[in-house]
Design a protein around this ligand. Structure first.
Ligand code: NA7
Length: 891
């Protein structure tokens, strides 16, 4: 049916038997559904909202349990699309209660006259896509069915409560309550023996209040959560002042932040701070009572590194021990099986002190699992607890529950969403699913959703979707559908993002682990709100990348592809570098470029501590050269790695790759000697190559004095340093030593041509440009000398060289010559291991503690160095309380 005819019929009555015709049908009248309706109307679409509940509010309509509150400051958990609305409403508390939040939604619904297009008390029983009319047909359980062009699920992430899952629930003769479906009239527990099962946010908020009323409360805890005192009250002055100073700027900053709340990116790393400094930061965060603060503002590595994270767990354990008088209860309440923040921490009011009350008992289900529920109470392995009421605070079938389980959704070719998602949810952006044209999800699996301030994510999703629908309509298209390529690319990007943070290391509702039988995998997007927004914008600016659009009178458009091919942290780094608008190195002259690099390096995180860092002078090809030695903290002697820094034979020195040298020293347990070889233009080819060879000989000869194990040594280098390392191996073979046990070549320069595909594909935009490489070569080496194997080792004899580990990065002009060198070595019979780091750029593997996805690559390099030196593989050490192994990311 043409849109005009549809529009004309959109106001038809909704009596049973008549199909209601609208442009857009939305399920859910919560935060997302209300804004969708408003925005759709403004864009000229006819729309209806279907809502099971009796009024607006979504999850806040149902979650009326005692103590239910927001856990993002309500000042931030508000609509921002209309500054007047923003000004008209003032929250009474820092964390508003559920009734106040519900009043807010009612206020919004009234202000924009939304209720007239909401069908309350109505559910969708089935949704079917009709290819012939390019429309969705919705069967409802109350009143008219609906035909709509677009179908939008605004069903929320935490709206389908989990079933009780415990044997015998039906036998229980007392009262049963679910926090997620609390009676509207409230519950009086006075004089009652009550059980609460579950200690997530809902349990932790309600337990102190139930304990005040009940004769006795028994809490059944399976997993202890981290809880932080909410310190509720009026909005804190510092945040309020910040907000009031410039509301628009505050909101805009939230939109581009990582979590949807304006906080700066913390840069200090845990090992840079003393114990006292860390404690001070922690106490400040504890006193602030703000999840986003404590999750982001302690130290930069808290969310990405298990060791940095474990420091917080220990500090929180101390807090719990200080409050809870019984040591056994305190120990049971102290989480020790997941990193802080990997499972949603809770905000509490008097939670831990509640366990000091004589009428409260904690049952640790890790020690005594529940066997069954009987007519009179709950039986565990060790005891039987008789109660009058059981409160299930057992959570939700999160993220997918409300979309998949509530009603069958059937897309193109009769495929159901539940079959397409049988192995876990697949989506493009968390907003759309291939094979389901014109179906959208607000905060679906694959969007930042629950790892962000939902208010900010919801507004972004709603605006992006409605703007797309309007653009589609204006261009004459009637369908929009994600492609399989785009969806697969998003899955890969999601997986890449998930290797950066620690969320994957906990069994939570983020991963589906809380629902028996549910396919497990991290469902929310962990790449951050701001980056997500920029990706959505990029899709539009690149001609709706990854979407197919069709219409009756227009040519089909499909600009297929993956929106993010870089690793997520590489994308951020390159974005920041682009924003800095740095002058090209080649425009600064050699000395200017050196000065610039020195300044630039001051801004990077300092490397982690090693046993000892020393300096000295060694004998190069034409005189003394400085070196810097990194010694492991373990007792020596250690095998030696001779390291050559990067910098195009022009820039850098023995200190310029300091964080990398520290990292590789720590990971390999070997001494690293970084050589300050001579540079061009003062010393042109073959000075650097000859210095490399001479320095290696000198270090091998003086190994014992340096604390090393002696010959053979291992050589390593990055970029031009990789060139020197490779050349050194060839010279050592041809000149009778020193003996070299292995070569680690990281993004090495191996040849003097510039026409390999990687030079063409990555000529610009990835920091090391083709122009810069021309400049380096021109300064270092005259064209006549460039084919000399001491400049282009790929042109040399590759037989009988030491075993090699060659690392290359996908978005690097030097990628293909590195691969060619590895292949050449292998063809010549040299054992070679290759690491082709997907989504990385030339500097990725060097950017220690910045490009976190480079860790996996460095772990492999360190293993290779140890193998060269004949050392056994090294197990990464972990704190006793966190026996967790992080997966290698790069590669
Ligand atoms: P959560 O955070 O999923 O908490 C549910 C709790 O119930 C959690 O402690 C679970 O332990 C426990 N649980 C679940 N099933 C069982 C069974 N069968 N036996 C014993 N214990 C069980 O849900 P909430 O409603 O508290 O909070 C959800 C979000 O809402 C919250 O993060 C805020 O964002 C707002 P488990 O951890 O699975 O071992």
């Amino acid at each position: 049916m043409p849109d005009a005819a549809v529009a004309a019929r959109s106001s038809e009555t909704t009596d049973s038997g008549t199909t209601q015709q609208v442009d857009v049908a939305v399920v859910g009248a919560g935060f997302a559904g209300l804004y969708l309706l408003h925005r759709l109307r403004k864009a000229g679409f006819s729309a209806v909202v279907i809502e099971k509940a009796g009024d607006v509010g979504g999850t806040w309509y149902w979650n009326r349990y005692p103590g239910a509150r927001c856990d993002i400051q309500t000042m931030d958990y508000s609509y921002t699309f209309d500054p007047e609305l923003d000004r008209e409403w003032t929250w009474s508390e820092k964390y508003a209660t559920q009734p106040e939040i519900l009043r807010y939604f009612a206020f919004v619904a009234d202000r924009y006259d939304l209720r007239r297009d909401i069908r309350f008390g109505t559910g969708v029983k089935a949704a079917n896509w009709d290819d012939a009319s390019d429309r969705w047909l919705l069967t409802t359980d109350n009143g008219a069915n609906i035909s709509c062009r677009y179908y939008i699920m605004a069903t929320g992430c935490l709206s389908t409560p989990k079933p009780p899952e415990i044997d015998g629930v039906k036998d229980f003769k007392g009262a049963i309550y679910f926090t997620g479906r609390w009676p509207h009239e409230g519950v009086d527990f006075t004089g009652k023996r009550v059980a609460v099962i579950g200690t997530g946010s809902s349990g932790i908020q309600s337990i102190p209040l139930i304990a005040e009323q009940a004769a006795h409360l028994t809490v059944f805890q399976r997993t202890a959560s981290f809880a932080l005192p909410a310190q509720n009250g009026p909005s804190p002055d510092d945040r309020k002042t910040y907000f009031e100073a410039d509301r628009a700027a505050y909101r805009e900053q939230a939109r581009w932040s990582m979590a949807g709340v304006p906080y700066p990116q913390e840069t200090a790393v845990s090992w840079q701070l003393s114990d006292a400094e860390r404690r001070e930061r922690f106490e400040k965060a504890w006193a602030a009572g703000d999840l986003v603060h404590i999750l982001t503002q302690l130290w930069a590595d808290q969310g990405v590194d298990v060791d940095g994270n474990a420091l917080i767990g220990k500090l929180i354990h101390e807090k719990i021990r200080a409050v809870v008088k019984d040591p056994e209860t305190a120990a049971a309440l102290s989480p020790n099986d997941h990193p802080f923040g990997s499972k949603r921490p809770c905000l509490d009011t008097n939670y831990y002190t509640t366990y000091n009350r004589p009428n409260v008992t904690l049952v640790n289900l890790r020690q005594e699992p529940i066997k069954s529920i009987t007519a009179t109470g709950i039986v565990t392995d060790k005891r039987s607890v008789d109660v009058d009421a059981i409160v299930f605070a057992t959570g939700f079938d999160a993220m997918t529950g409300a979309i998949m389980a509530v009603h069958p959704i059937t897309g193109r070719d009769g495929k159901s969403l539940s079959s397409v998602w049988a192995n876990g949810p697949q989506s493009y952006l968390g907003l759309t699913v291939a094979g389901f044209p014109n179906l959208f999800m607000i905060t679906g699996p694959g969007s930042p959703s629950v790892l962000s301030n939902m208010a900010v994510s919801i507004e972004q999703h709603v605006e992006w979707v409605v703007d797309r629908l309007a653009a589609l309509r204006d261009a004459g298209y009637t369908t929009m559908e994600a492609t399989e390529t785009a969806q697969a690319g998003w899955a890969r990007h999601m997986a890449d993002c998930s290797t950066v943070t620690l969320h994957r290391l906990a069994n939570t509702w983020y991963t589906g682990a809380n629902v028996p039988g549910k396919v497990q995998g991290l469902m929310p997007y962990t790449g951050g709100v701001g980056p997500y927004r920029s990706i959505c914008n990029e899709i539009v600016s690149r001609g709706m990348l990854g979407f197919k659009m069709t219409g009756p009178n227009v040519a089909e458009q499909c600009n297929d592809g993956e929106v993010v091919r870089l690793q997520p942290d590489v994308r951020l780094v390159l974005g920041m570098l682009a924003e800095m608008n740095l002058p090209p190195f080649e425009s600064l002259g050699a000395q200017g470029a050196r000065d610039f690099l020195t300044e630039f390096n001051k801004g990077r995180p300092v490397g982690r501590p090693v046993g000892e860092v020393g300096t000295g002078m060694l004998q190069g090809a034409a005189g003394p050269l400085p070196y810097r030695l990194y010694r492991p903290a373990t007792p020596g002697p250690h095998p030696i790695v001779v390291y050559f820094h990067g910098g195009g034979w022009v820039l850098g020195d023995e200190q310029s790759d300091d964080p990398f040298c520290r990292d590789i020293c720590r990971r390999s347990g070997m001494i690293v000697v970084s050589v300050g070889y001579r540079h061009a233009p003062e010393h042109r080819f073959p000075a650097a190559a000859e210095d490399g060879y001479a320095a290696t000989g000198w270090i091998a000869e003086h190994a014992a004095e340096l604390g090393g194990t002696g010959e053979p040594v291992v050589v390593a280098g990055w970029s031009a340093g990789g060139n020197i390392a490779a050349v050194t191996c060839q010279l050592a073979r041809d000149r009778g030593g020193p003996e070299i046990a292995g070569q680690l070549l990281i993004c090495p320069v191996t040849d003097c041509t510039f026409d390999r595909p990687s030079y063409v594909d990555n000529a610009n935009g990835y920091f090391v440009t083709r122009g810069l490489m021309y400049w380096f070569w021109d300064i270092y080496c005259s064209p006549a000398d460039r084919t000399d194997p001491r400049a282009s080792p790929l042109r040399g004899n590759l037989a009988n060289l030491p075993p090699a580990f060659v690392a290359t990065c996908e978005f690097d002009p030097l990628r293909d010559e590195g691969i060619a060198y590895a292949e050449g070595l292998a063809a010549a019979g040299v054992p070679v291991e290759q690491l082709q780091a997907r989504g990385h750029f030339h500097s990725s593997l060097m950017m220690v503690d910045v490009v976190i996805t480079g860790v996996g690559g460095r772990v492999k390099m360190a293993e290779a160095l140890r193998a060269f030196a004949g050392l056994p593989p090294k197990l990464e050490e972990r704190g006793a309380e966190t026996p967790i192994k992080i997966d290698a990311a790069a590669g």
